[in-house]
Design a protein around this ligand. Structure first.
Ligand code: ZN
Length: 226
């Protein structure tokens, strides 16, 4: 009798284990991998769309990647700055509806060109920059203005020190990095990219808040209009 009970219990446990393993296989079959960064696959289970959780780091070694920036091809470095730059450009090039840019300082031509490409394919672009951009020689403000991009710059005493971009209200690019060549190729910086709505939505709200606080383009920006 006891032996029969033991066999039944063992059999039940085996069936349960087999079912659990089958369930895990089923769940994994529904996973999508969207990015592999630094050798770490970022996978999440989802029934609708692949999740993006991408982290980029820049360091002193990023200066070494300046040499192959012109080719826009990554090197073998773990944190190749050109590879990171290409990823960000690719995200910008993927915009189909909107591009909300809130960056303290923006002088990097490769990124400015991606923004202008978006404008040319009728993506609605709103840009918030610090007003110091208006007086900087390397500023792309004049180009953005000429392209008809909506611009608002700081009019308050508080520094507009954010560095984030929202693509199509779905993808957030945020981090420490200013959009300057020197920041990409010489600083310790970080960038996070995600489409996790719980993170993206507060940034959308923040953008809308600052956009409404700031007036239309400042006197300084208007003064450089040609
Ligand atoms: Zn490199």
């Amino acid at each position: 009798m006891m032996r029969s009970v033991a066999i039944v219990i063992t059999s039940g446990a085996l069936v349960t284990e087999v079912m659990w393993q089958l369930y895990k296989v089923y769940k994994c079959s529904r996973r999508k991998t969207i990015n592999t960064v630094n050798g770490c696959a970022t996978q999440l289970c989802t029934n609708t769309e692949a999740k993006i959780f991408e982290v980029m780091f820049f360091s002193k070694d990023s200066t070494l990647c300046r040499t192959h920036l012109g080719l826009m091809k990554p090197c073998g470095r773990l944190n190749c700055a050109v590879r990171h730059l290409r990823r960000i450009v690719d995200y910008l090039d993927s915009a189909t509806d909107t591009l909300d840019i809130c960056v303290y300082f923006f002088t990097f031509s490769d990124l400015a060109e991606a923004v202008i490409r978006a404008k040319k394919r009728n993506v609605v672009i709103r840009m918030i920059l610090d007003e110091s951009m208006a007086t900087n020689d390397t500023s792309k403000l004049k180009i953005f203005y000429k392209e008809g991009i909506q611009l608002r710059s700081k009019q308050l005493d508080t520094l507009m020190h954010h560095k984030f971009v929202i693509i199509d209200n779905k993808i957030l690019i945020s981090g420490s990095i200013n959009w300057t060549k020197s920041a990409f190729f010489g600083n310790f910086e970080n960038v996070l990219v995600t489409n996790e709505s719980a993170i993206v939505k507060p940034f959308i709200n923040e953008f809308e808040s600052i956009w409404s606080i700031l007036g239309a383009i400042t006197t300084q920006a208007n003064s450089i209009k040609t």
